[in-house]
Design a protein. Sequence first.
Length: 671
Amino acid sequence: MDNLLGPRPWTPRSSWWLIAAGWLALFSAPGRVVIGAAVGRLLTAGFRPGRHPRGGSVHLRLWAAERMGTVLGMASLLGNHWAARYAKALGCAVGQSVDLHAMPPVTGMARFGSGCVLEPEADAAGWWLDGDVLQLGRVEIGDGARVGARSMLMPGAKVGSGADVAPGSCVEGEVPADERWYGSPARRMSGAPRAGHDWPRPVRRRSRRWELAYSAALSALGLLPLAASLPALLVLNRFVGDEHGLGAVMLDLLLLTPLLVPLAVGCYATLTVVLVRLAGRALTPGFHPTCGRVTWCAWLVSRLMGLARTTLFPFYAGLLTPLWLRLLGAGVGRRAEVSTVLGLPALMRVGDQAFLADDTLVAPFELRGGWLRLDSSCVGRRAFVGNSGIVRPGRELPQGALVGVLSDVPAHAEPGSSWLGRPGFSVPRVREKGDPGRTWAPPRRLVLARAAVEACRLVPVMGTAFIGSLAALALQVLAVRYGLLVAAALAGVVLLCAGILACLATTAAKWLVVGRFRPGRHPLWSSFVWRNELYDAFVEELAIPWLGRLLLGTPFLNLWLRSLGARIGRGVWCETHWLPEADLVRIGDGASVNRGCVVQTHVFHDRVLQLDQIRLDAGATLGPHSIALPGASLAAGTVVGPASLVMRGERVPARTRWSGNPIAPSTTASS
């Protein structure tokens, strides 16, 4: 602040040379690639494909390398030329014109053929915990092949040249060249034409001009929070600029936080709307070259939407969400309920009273052979898309239809139909009964009451700002008294203390706001549901950004989850924080919950929230990106493979192996 707004008696002035050096090393794309790759190579040196003990040297070094990538924000480099350079620096074999929109394996055990595509949120890490064994292997994507969004490549997976793996799939072995595979586990699409038949002829493009455009956009996105905070900093400077003591400054910060945080949030939201709207004007249905304006705009909008879901989390899963999406360019009908949706707003259409659950993907872009495909996606009136559901470009979910958890909208669906799984199949549906005044047509008093509760979602944002201010003041005290070197050396300790404070505040909020979760049913328009979402805002805006994402897979995460009410045994490896109603979760000794899992203790069909317990007994395993639904139970020693769905109320027998969406007995050997 001293550097930006002039000398202040309570803060030391830092050298611009030092600031520039720090930016180049830790925030610029080249600096992050060099440091991230160097640390990754150092920590994973000597790794070999095979079976390794859980918790052993290989496992812990792998965990450390991935956490370092998180700290450096390597995910922000995806979708442009820096991603391929990062993959090369890690040791991966990378061909020409490769489009990497998902993280390459930090082990370097991958081959990406020329012109291949790895779409957003795909998992090519090449490892998972299978009971007490770490399965580690290479992954290969052949020339011109495509791996769709949210797919997973198992250790040893090979996707042949020109092949196409549909979004949401899980590849366990080898996909032959030019074939189309889909599902979890992935299978050949019988009767399907040759992969890529409906795409333009593949081309290989590279443009220095657009590489510069991506680099400039990366730098601008990094400065976006600072630009949004400038008005708040000016107000802060007006009130505390002449203070002489840090104690007085801290008191002023505490008093001004309720004013400054809404101002900064409003400025960030305004900048996001302007940028998304401007870039969204270029997004028209059809095929577009990957080296061009439309693809750059699609990448920029996707990045902004991802940042908004994190930074502006209080805007999601509430009354404000439909208005927010309309401002961004989406068509959203009246009384629609939308949670943490991702996609391209300009191509998104959501009907009246539709329901989009957590982490849905609507109107994403698709890539193949040097081309980008865009098309609109539509969710009809009173239709329902379950958690992690995907509405691909050109798909429409008709009126009253339902797509379940971890499922996709089919190419052709009838009004009122219900679909589940990958590949999807039609299922019978029993509609939940509820008071219309508490589900579909709430009275005005309930709308106002909900709005009042949701306004409190700014409180955790204020908490984040205040804790950040405390950490900055603590570092300033260290710098003034002991010098910059001491302050830099103790910065990790200061930030750790700030993270612990954020987690403790979140725990306190949980018990004060919702108390203990119990099995039961609650309509959408009830205080319990609103308070549950308020508590979730504390998790996502306070605990996770400060410390939670770095605790994944550590005993400290288990300790924090226990403070939220979860019953977690000794020696549990838990690499997810998605235990939404922690009191209803029981995880036995030595169990493994892999990355990206959701222990989903609720469902929200027909606007009625239903809660039930989920249990993983001793030694049980839930594979990466799998979801267990309410009432599910995994007996001792059971292994559920990656990208799987454990159905509601399902009891999985002891010491058996299952996989699939939904799960079925697995034919894959443990080796």
